[in-house]
Structure formats: structure tokens, C-alpha cells
Design a protein around this ligand. Structure first.
Ligand code: NAD
Length: 403
């Protein structure tokens, strides 16, 4: 954050990106708002559609959760409650991108007459679950769909004890992973040490299915679920190339747990005429994905190959397909042999993967710009924090409160 100026009593600042270890530490309110509007335009242009009228999204401020909330509100006209944990912006402090996204979503929803209520709180806490149930009861009665889209590095331990921390490490053996640094654009190989049993268990605690299950129990106990209520959480499978840093790593163990939770929840909800799903989504640039070693390299090659074939998608296109062609499609929900929804069909197409595989092995610092969409990946990475957005004057000062 740069110079602070005072204008009509409101502090205004120039905000620049500050990036460390593939994490952007600052965010630009106007850039975030512009990109939320673009997603809203996309969803609006595809509606109005018939579907669920009341939706809860857990992890609603960025990435897949934000896109799901936008599709629900602007393609389906639904009322939404959103839960996220973000750093608030204030007149003297720059907030996180998710804070600005939520503020912008709520503003647009209000202008369009779509009920929206956003909770900024820890989704793992009982109080946050109680607050969501109370909001649902007050404004909606019950919800028909619960989207669980949390991606968190930590979860509070029982009774305020030590935090459970998720780690991104291989399971079993040491792995060598090819990766790219988004700041220096250097391609290199990093050695990842295998996780301990405790690290695996902690990652499952944070990113597995337990908290999703607790949310569904709290909603049911609070009579906030409609009779046929459905819930969906998100997973990733990926090709063998990504196995060492995803499915064969601690995060993959957490996803196995999430998928097992979906099967249990499905049996339970079926008694009330509802269901539970895991949707296997495509690799997209989000805050959570950018910190996984190997992921930015894989995704920047994938983006290039999918763009060349005209089949590239981001979170909003994926979430629109989830609603329109999967969850609320005519003729039932299509599933794979393990009962999962697949939205990664285009990513996993043989012709796409054959090209990605070839370029992955060829990739060097020198040729990366030719064979991968590094520029596109970097732009989307900056976009996550509201930077590199066309039409925004980044030399102008802005009100960092975001409202
Ligand atoms: P993201 O980082 O963009 O979003 C995470 C959301 O969780 C944010 O809204 C954040 O505020 C919220 N959150 C984090 N900790 C919280 C807490 N303690 N309490 C309340 N809210 C909290 O992540 P994303 O990539 O959209 O991931 C969402 C889900 O999709 C994850 O399960 C992820 O594994 C899955 N997924 C991601 C990809 C991908 O390529 N990004 C692919 C397939 C599946």
C-alpha cells in the first residue's frame, strides 16, 4: 500500500500488488468489484432459469464458492447466505480480495432485489453455524441447496487448543515436483519430503469432510433444510502428472475423506428426499491453488492447451455448468462410476492431456512463454486480488474500506 491521502474525510490510498511465495498480500477494491460485475454479467446473460430459490454457500467470497453464489443469485434469482473468512477493509486498512468481492456481490444483489446476507466468520466455529441457521430461518425459512467450497490452511483445535494445520506434502515417498515461480518465472524442480502421519491426519481434519458433515447436522437440527435439500462439495482428480502433488499427496487424502463423507451424507439425506454430491472440478487459478507446488506450472500449460482448442473455462463457466447441466439438469444428475459429478470432462479429454503431458516434460524457463499461457495465468493470478484489470487506474487512490 502506498501514499495515504485524505479526501472529504475518507482516507484514500494507492494500492499496488505485493507478492510473496505465490501469494498476493494486497488487494484492490475497484479491481475486485469490476471482476465480480463481469461474473454477474455472465450469469445474468444465461438466466433467468428455474431452480433453487434459497441457497447457502460456505466459502462464498472467492473462487468456486463466489462463482456458485453469483450463478445462484443472478442466473436463478435465488436468495443467498454466504459464509467466508476475510480481512475487512477499513478507511485506514486494505482488506482482502474476498472482503471486497463480498461487498461488491452484496451491493449488486441489493440493486437487483436479490436477498443476500454475508457472514464474515470462521466456518469451523459453532457460533458461525448458529448465525447462518438464524439468518436462514429469518429470511428464507429453509435452504434447498448447500454449497461447501471451503479452502482453508487451518482449523481451530477442540476447546481453543492448538490449530490443526493442513500441509501440501506427498504421502509415502519423497517427490520431486516441477514448478514455476510466478514472480521470477523460473522453472525448477523442488524436492518435497513426505508428510508424517500427524500431518496427514491434520490435513484431513482441515480439508476433509468432517466440517461439511457438521454443517449439515447443524442445519438439520435448526430445521433450516428443506425436504429435498441437496448439498455439494468440491474435489479434484487430475491426470497422473498432478498425482505427486495432488491426489497422491495430503490434499488427496483429504479429498478421499470428503468423497466418503458425500456417500454417507447422501444416504442420510435420501431419507428426506435429498442428496449429497462431490463435484470434481477443473483446475483453475484461485488463491488456494496457486500455493500448491507444481500447480501453477500444470495450470498455465493446461490453460494454453484448452484456450487453443476453445474449451477453456474459469470458475463462473464451471459453476454455471454445475447448476444447469448437472445439479438441476433435466433427467437427473449425471455421475461417474464412483458417484461423483464430473466438471473436469474438458480438462481430462485425451487430446488435451496428451498435449499437456508433452509440454510439461519439455517446459523450461526459456520456452515456457511459448508453450504455456504464463501471461494468462499471471494475469488471472493478479486478477484474484483485483489487479491487472482492464480499465482500472492503478495510479489513482481508492477508499480501502470497499463500501
Ligand atoms: P479459494 O481460496 O478461492 O476460496 C476459499 C473460500 O473459503 C474463501 O471464500 C474463503 O474466505 C473461505 N474460507 C477459508 N477459510 C475459512 C474459514 N475458516 N471460515 C470461513 N471461510 C473460510 O478456493 P477455491 O479454489 O475456490 O476452492 C474451493 C473448493 O474447490 C476447495 O474444496 C478446493 O479444493 C476445490 N477445488 C479447487 C480447484 C482449483 O483448481 N482451484 C479445483 C477443484 C476443486
Amino acid at each position: 500500500m502506498g501514499k495515504v491521502a485524505c479526501n472529504r474525510g475518507v482516507a484514500r490510498v494507492i494500492i499496488k500488488p505485493r507478492i510473496r511465495n505465490n501469494i498476493c498480500l494486497t488487494a484492490h477494491p475497484e479491481g475486485c468489484a469490476r471482476l465480480v460485475s463481469a461474473q454477474i454479467d455472465y450469469a445474468t446473460s444465461r438466466g433467468p432459469l428455474d431452480g433453487p430459490a434459497n441457497i447457502l454457500v460456505i466459502g462464498s467470497s472467492t473462487g468456486y464458492g463466489l462463482a456458485a453464489r453469483i450463478v445462484a443469485a443472478f442466473a436463478y434469482g435465488a436468495k443467498t447466505v454466504g459464509v467466508a473468512l476475510e480481512k475487512p477493509g477499513s478507511p485506514l486498512r486494505v482488506g482482502s480480495a474476498g472482503w471486497y468481492n463480498s461487498a461488491s456481490f452484496d451491493r449488486s444483489a441489493a440493486a437487483a432485489g436479490r436477498g443476500s446476507w454475508s457472514i464474515n466468520g470462521d466456518a469451523f466455529a459453532n457460533e458461525t453455524k448458529d448465525e447462518a441457521v438464524a439468518l436462514i430461518k429469518k429470511h428464507m425459512g429453509r435452504v434447498e441447496l448447500v454449497v461447501y467450497s471451503l479452502a482453508s490452511p487451518v482449523r481451530p483445535g477442540p476447546a481453543g487448543g492448538a490449530l490443526f494445520r493442513s500441509v501440501l506434502k506427498p504421502v509415502g515417498n519423497r517427490a520431486r515436483v516441477k514448478t514455476v515461480d510466478l514472480t521470477t518465472e523460473q522453472v525448477s524442480e523442488v524436492a518435497l519430503e513426505p508428510a508424517t502421519e500427524e500431518e496427514i491426519e491434520n490435513t484431513i481434519k482441515v480439508m476433509g469432510g468432517e466440517d461439511w458433515d457438521l454443517w449439515m447436522q447443524a442445519l438439520e437440527a435448526g430445521d433450516a433444510l428443506s425436504a429435498g435439500a441437496t448439498t455439494v462439495a468440491f474435489s479434484y482428480v487430475g491426470p497422473p502428472l498432478t498425482f505427486p502433488f495432488y491426489r497422491g499427496a495430503t490434499i488427496g487424502k483429504a479429498k478421499e475423506d470428503l468423497e466418503a463423507t458425500a456417500r454417507r451424507l447422501r444416504e442420510h439425506l435420501a431419507r428426506r428426499g435429498g442428496s449429497a454430491y462431490v463435484s470434481v472440478n477443473k483446475a483453475v487459478v484461485t488463491k488456494a491453488g496457486a500455493v500448491i507446488q507444481g500447480f501453477p506450472l500444470y495450470a498455465s500449460i493446461l490453460y494454453r492447451v484448452m484456450k487453443e482448442r476453445g474449451v477453456h473455462e474459469g470458475p463462473i463457466e464451471q459453476m454455471f455448468r454445475l447448476f444447469a447441466e448437472r445439479l438441476f439438469a433435466q433427467g437427473g444428475v449425471p455421475e461417474d462410476c464412483e458417484g461423483r459429478i464430473r466438471l473436469d470432462d474438458l480438462e481430462m479429454r485425451e487430446d488435451v492431456q496428451e498435449q499437456v503431458r508433452r509440454r510439461w516434460y519439455e517446459a523450461t524457463t526459456e520456452n515456457l512463454r511459448e508453450i504455456a499461457d504464463l501471461a494468462g495465468f499471471r494475469r488471472e493470478f493478479l486478477n484474484l486480488s483485483g489487479f491487472a484489470v482492464e480499465g482500472i487506474d492503478y495510479e489513482a487512490d481508492v477508499d480501502p474500506s470497499g463500501w
